[in-house]
Design a binder for this molecule. Structure first.
Ligand code: PEP
Length: 254
């Protein structure tokens, strides 16, 4: 089965109600205009906008995702949101282990794996993020770091239907800097090999691996046409309807 290209937007901590609804309506309208497409679309707004964005996306083939989740179903966890709450708000996806959460909240691979497993339990798909820092890249440790993160943060029951991997070099996020296409393909191919060892070749071949890190309309084709790149996780450029849609259109995959 061919892996369907996923064009995913991570809005991060951006947007008040009016902005979020405008952005979602704009994306919905453009995706509707595109008509039949080979791509799947996903937007991941902040928690506060989930319900309104869900409503604004009505009738468009754009999935809704959150940016984090707690691993417990409910209880005394002030400030946290459970997988069932996300499901209840209309989410199909949740991002876990984004490098900003790994850094800002000291999230470990073990915690990320628990979050992903809890997401599956609630019927959510997990977008599990991995990626090396600049220091790790310069030390030649990129593949080692990504291998360790895959082995530690992908649950044993992950498969192509409940999990998407996002390879995001930390130094490329929000910086305008990107690895070369050859570097990206090398990491994605290595990640797929590790997934095959962990989950079996069949599962690894069905699992989508997105590239993320300064994806823009101008470089979309370069990255999204690589054999082991199955879409993009887009931060900054997902906040502008034109850029988000241009990435999809320019990718040559949609
Ligand atoms: C991200 O944070 O997931 C991301 C890829 O950001 P940007 O596209 O802005 O680099």
């Amino acid at each position: 089965m061919a892996r369907k290209t996923l064009i995913a937007g991570n809005w991060k901590m951006n947007g008040l109600l009016a902005d979020g609804v405008d952005l979602a309506k704009g994306v919905a309208a453009e995706v509707k205009k595109m008509g039949k497409t080979q791509c799947e679309f996903l937007v991941c707004p902040p928690f506060t906008l989930l319900t309104a964005v869900k409503k604004a996306l009505r009738g468009a083939k754009v999935a809704l995702g959150a940016q984090d989740v707690h691993f417990n179903a409910k209880g005394a966890h002030t400030g946290d949101i459970s997988p069932l709450m996300l499901k209840d708000a209309g989410c199909q996806y949740v991002i876990v282990g984004h490098s900003e959460r790994r850094a800002d909240h000291k999230e470990s691979d073990e915690l990320i794996s628990k979050k992903a497993a809890a997401a599956y339990e609630a019927g959510l798909k997990a977008v599990i993020c991995i990626g090396e820092t600049l220091e790790e890249r310069e030390a030649g440790k990129t593949i080692d770091v990504c291998t360790r993160q895959i082995l530690g943060s992908v649950p044993d029951n992950a498969d192509g239907s409940n999990t998407v991997i996002a390879y995001e070099p930390v130094w490329a996020i929000g910086t305008g800097k990107t690895p070369t296409a050859e570097d990206v393909e090398e990491v994605h191919a290595a990640v797929r090999k590790v997934l095959a060892k962990k989950l079996g070749k069949g599962n690894a071949n069905k699992m989508r691996i997105l590239y993320g890190g300064s994806v823009k309309p101008g470089n979309a084709k370069e990255f999204l046409s690589l054999p082991d790149v199955d879409g993009a996780l887009i931060g900054g450029a997902s906040l502008k309807v034109e850029d988000f849609i241009a990435i999809a259109k320019n990718s040559g995959q949609c």
